[in-house]
Design a protein around this ligand. Structure first.
Ligand SMILES: Nc1ncnc2c1ncn2[C@@H]1O[C@H](COP(=O)(O)OP(=O)(O)OP(=O)(O)O)[C@@H](O)[C@H]1O
Length: 301
């Protein structure tokens, strides 16, 4: 946050207004994944995954590195081929193109924000909003900023930065811009891949509040490694390990689940508790997943 103007952060009142659209065609839709399987040249990255996420249930998807979290999102959004079923509303998403999945109201962010750096914040939002417009009408100058774009700017707290090139935004602001782009695209299932990675504490809290608001009206799945952020904002948690769902429940439930403790800490919960964040001496050889797993207790990774 050195060369960018200070921001007041997301505007929660604007978020409430923007999200208070209870005439939405997506109002009762939810994500339902059944028997999802993704293979890469014979390596099974995701297997037998069942997942149901509804509106008002801010779901965090956690698990050690390589657990299959991003691959799950990739399959739901059409970036990789999966078998089984993944529906949002009445739409089967598997087997559809990324474009058609987006049209079904499904949007995602990536670990690295993918905004057009040379274009302004406003232009980025305008392009996202215009995803359904014809190319010629996109080129035509318009007199006013569309209301949805204006509201999204306020919602994600970037009104003061609207005319700045997106490339000079702080990391957190780029993530907010991406979320704004999903809102103007009318995404009602938002899949966010590590949205607070690299953010300051303040930005994380602002992002958490924003996600809560969005999650009360839309279906939101957050892939995260930041346990402090999870404890503050998750309504529910799905834990993945080696491509499967290992556990699911409230933060307290998964934190106290022996299988989860074992995966994260490297020892059965009933054994002498290891030092948080380290593998147990007597446990199996720590593999890559375990070494990289953040501590479930204490400070975030
Ligand atoms: N395109 C690919 N080709 C081959 N293997 C892949 C591909 N994408 C992912 N994998 C493998 O699938 C497994 C799951 O990876 P994935 O990125 O989904 O894990 P993750 O839980 O998101 O991990 P992280 O927290 O590190 O992002 C890993 O073993 C990874 O190496």
């Amino acid at each position: 946050m050195t060369d960018t103007p200070a921001t007041a952060g997301p505007d929660l009142a604007a978020a409430a207004e923007l999200l208070g659209d209870d005439t939405s065609r997506f109002r009762h839709d939810y994500l339902q994944v059944r028997g999802l399987r993704v293979e890469f040249d014979g390596f099974v990255a995701v297997r037998d995954v069942d997942l149901t996420v509804t509106q008002g249930d801010l779901r965090f998807l956690i698990g050690p590195n390589g657990a299959g979290k991003t691959t799950l999102i990739d399959a739901v959004t059409g970036l990789v081929r999966g078998t089984g079923s993944a529906t949002f509303g009445r739409t089967e998403l598997l087997g559809r193109s990324t474009h058609r999945i987006a049209r079904a109201g499904v949007g995602r962010t990536f670990q690295t924000a993918s905004v057009f750096s040379e274009l302004t914040v406003l232009q980025n939002l305008d392009i996202a909003a215009g995803a359904r417009r014809r190319p010629l009408s996109l080129l035509r100058a318009r007199r006013a900023v569309p209301e949805a774009v204006e509201r999204a700017l306020e919602t994600v707290g970037l009104t003061a930065q609207r005319d700045l090139p997106a490339g000079i935004l702080a990391h957190g602001q780029k993530q907010w811009l991406e979320i704004g782009m999903l809102l103007v695209q009318d995404a009602h299932l938002l899949l966010l891949d590590e949205p607070v990675a690299g953010m300051t504490h303040e930005e994380r809290d602002e992002t958490g509040e924003l996600l809560r608001r969005i999650g009360s009206q839309r279906v939101v799945v957050v892939v995260e490694h930041d346990m402090e952020f999870l404890r503050s904002f998750a309504d529910s948690v799905t834990v993945m390990h080696q491509g499967r769902v290992l556990a699911e429940g409230t933060v307290a439930e998964v934190q106290n689940d022996p299988a989860v403790v074992e995966v994260y800490l490297g020892a059965p919960a009933t054994a002498t508790p290891p030092t948080p964040g380290t593998a147990a001496q007597d446990g199996p050889d720590p593999d890559r997943e375990r070494r990289d797993a953040p501590a479930l207790e204490g400070e975030s990774a």
